[in-house]
Write a protein that binds this ligand. Structure first.
Ligand SMILES: *Cc1c(COP(=O)(O)O)cnc(C)c1O
Length: 602
């Protein structure tokens, strides 16, 4: 849920509120309001904050003039503005928020003319003047909300409403609640906001109200779910009904932990990178997933899933792979358990990734080429799904990242959560600190990131940084920066952010690192992005490669190019000298040697 702070008036105060990074700041252009904004210009606010002009039945030219003058990104209309009026304003490329006031009941049919025209509705309490009355209306009225247009909840929201908001979160209507709009309850006087109270409210939203875990229906906010062909339903449903039960069994836990310890080599060290820290004048700790058996974090998930498959009585394992890393991790655990293993791989990828194909074969897996479409990862996925439909009884499909239909993203996240579980006690042991200031991970589908963040999602003082691949540059057309370029769509059975053309065809992504070369992100990360809980940073090929080499030189560690992307953030973002930054070193660079050689002409 986003936060809008409305009724800003004084320059200093605006700056202080902006520093708390709300999603919207509202400026009231209505003379009769005590919060009338009559200053000449709005400060240069961070791009992430949308400047919103609030109007009451104003002349449309007046509104347009203010949009241009103050560079507004949103317009909030509090009067009797018609749908035609809204449509006209829409051509100014601003978000349109249309306000409706509610008393004890509300006739939702008045929304109809505005559907498809406005971006958001805002529901406020009916009072003497438009806005800023300080009273909440009965939110139960929204139980009958018939629309799917997201709305802002407004009217007298203050610190005292935290519990009510929490309760509201469980209601049906909350699914469409896009943001909370606060104003008078956070004021010292009209237009002057109390910074400490807003800070408290925002932190409470993160720790008490926002849920970053999956809900019973398989959603992270609006993302996730299970969008699958009907023929796949029994397979996915069997897994959904059993995965939590199985994971909670003491025997399962014991076997999982034992294998992680004796076979994978966990716990992986948390290493204080002294020379790297010195260079960037902050405290950098590397979570050494690169030291796991098979060289990356992926094995945590495949161990978990093969044990799950066995508990469900499956004898045959299928997987899809792009670069071959997940294929190798799957073939490894199948050999370990003596189960049949079929890995689908695009024909092009088979040619590009010969060493991994050889590894899979040595481990006893059958590698089946996907010959359709672009003959890459998505086609391999289609083949795997087709196989699963045909073999519903004896086969388990091991998905390799925190993606796929529910329950996969949650199941994979829980298996990878061992990463942050270990960080917790390791950090305490080494520094005495309970929490780091930041956790950082690269994101392909998002499994190492999900595992690294998991135990910190609701710790309001831990910053979450997600690093995606910008390829040749975010605007180059050769990129995998999903949070910037992605739009809502469905891929691999879940609703998430996805790079796609205007008519919804999935765009072929590009990154120098095979593991980040994916057109979507897991639904949890889409939610972290949309809610602003995580900061997303995109890193180019060049910057990643340089950061990878720097780690070699400063710490004697050759990282996977995926992990090099995460390392590159220190060139882009400045941390405080006292900040403890824990970074997931997701894998080792052996597999990328040829890439490094070619790039640096070693
Ligand atoms: C596969 C891979 C990734 C990306 O996958 P996620 O699911 O996003 O973690 C990152 N690093 C390495 C080393 C990988 O092999």
């Amino acid at each position: 849920m986003k936060l809008k702070v409305c009724g800003m008036k004084y320059q200093d105060n605006i700056e202080h509120v902006a520093a708390l990074q709300p999603d919207y700041l509202g400026f009231i252009f209505y003379e009769k309001s005590a919060r009338h904004f009559d200053t000449e210009c709005i400060l240069d606010l961070p791009k992430s904050i949308k400047k919103t002009g609030v109007f009451v039945d104003a002349d449309i030219d007046f509104v347009i003039e203010k949009i241009n003058k103050h560079n507004l990104q949103a317009v909030q209309l509090h009067g009797k503005e018609s749908s035609k009026y809204c449509k006209q304003l829409k051509s100014e490329s601003v978000e349109i928020i249309k306000v409706f006031s509610i008393k004890d009941e509300f006739d939702f049919s008045v929304l109809n003319p505005y559907e498809g025209i406005v971006d958001y509705f805002l529901f406020d309490t009916k009072g003497k003047l438009p806005g800023g009355n300080g009273y909440t209306f009965d939110w139960n009225v929204l139980n009958n909300y018939p629309s799917t247009t997201p709305f802002l909840l407004s009217g007298g929201i203050g610190l005292n409403q935290i519990d009510d908001i929490k309760k509201f979160q469980r209601s049906k209507a909350s699914k469409y609640c896009y943001a909370l709009d606060v104003n008078s309850k956070f004021e010292i006087e009209p237009g002057l906001k109390n910074i400490e109270d807003i800070k408290k409210f925002k932190n409470n939203l993160i720790s008490k109200i926002m849920n970053y875990n999956v809900n019973e229906k398989g959603y992270y906010g609006e993302f996730g779910g299970a969008f699958i062909p009907e023929m796949l339903y029994p397979n996915v449903e069997e897994l959904r009904q059993n995965y939590l039960k199985v994971m909670a069994e003491p025997d399962f836990k014991k076997e999982f932990d034992q294998l992680l310890k004796d076979y994978v080599g966990r716990p992986s060290p948390l290493y204080f990178a002294k020379r790297l820290s010195h260079k960037y004048n902050t405290k950098i700790y590397l979570k050494r997933e690169d030291l796991n058996h098979t060289g990356a974090h992926k094995i945590n998930n495949t161990i978990g899933q093969i044990l799950m498959a066995k508990r469900l009585g499956k004898t045959r394992i299928i997987a899809e792979t792009g670069a071959g890393q997940h294929g190798v991790a799957t073939a490894t655990v199948c050999a370990l358990m003596g189960l049949e293993c079929i890995v689908y791989m695009g024909e092009i990828d088979i040619a590009r990734q010969a060493p991994n194909v050889a590894r899979m074969k040595m481990l006893g897996a059958k590698v089946v080429p996907a010959l359709s479409g672009s003959r890459t990862l998505k086609d391999a996925t289609n083949e795997a799904i087709r196989d699963w439909i045909n073999n519903p009884v004896n086969t388990h499909y091991i998905i390799g990242s925190a993606i796929g239909p529910h329950p996969y993203p949650d199941m994979v996240t829980r298996f990878q959560a061992v990463i942050s579980e270990e960080i917790k006690w390791q950090l305490k042991e080494q520094t005495g600190k309970k929490n780091p200031d930041y956790v950082v991970a690269c994101i392909g589908g998002g499994s190492n990131a999900a595992g690294t963040y998991y135990h910190y999602l609701h710790e309001e003082n831990v910053g979450i940084i997600a690093v995606e691949a910008a390829g040749l540059g975010v605007d180059s057309g050769e990129s995998a920066a999903t949070s910037v370029l992605g739009k809502e769509g469905i891929i691999h059975g879940c609703k998430t952010l996805l790079m796609q053309t205007a008519d919804g065809q999935i765009t072929e992504p590009y990154s120098i690192s095979a593991g980040l070369d994916y057109p979507g992100v897991g639904p949890m990360h889409a939610h972290l992005c949309k809610t602003g809980r995580a900061e997303f940073i995109a890193i180019t090929d060049d910057d990643a490669m340089k950061a990878g080499l720097k780690l070699c030189e400063l710490e004697g560690i050759i990282p996977a190019i995926e992990s090099s992307h995460a390392l590159a953030i220190f060139e882009q973002k400045t941390f405080n000298p006292d900040d403890v930054v824990v970074l997931s070193l997701s894998g080792r660079g052996d597999k990328d040697l040829q890439n490094y050689i070619d790039y640096f002409k070693i």
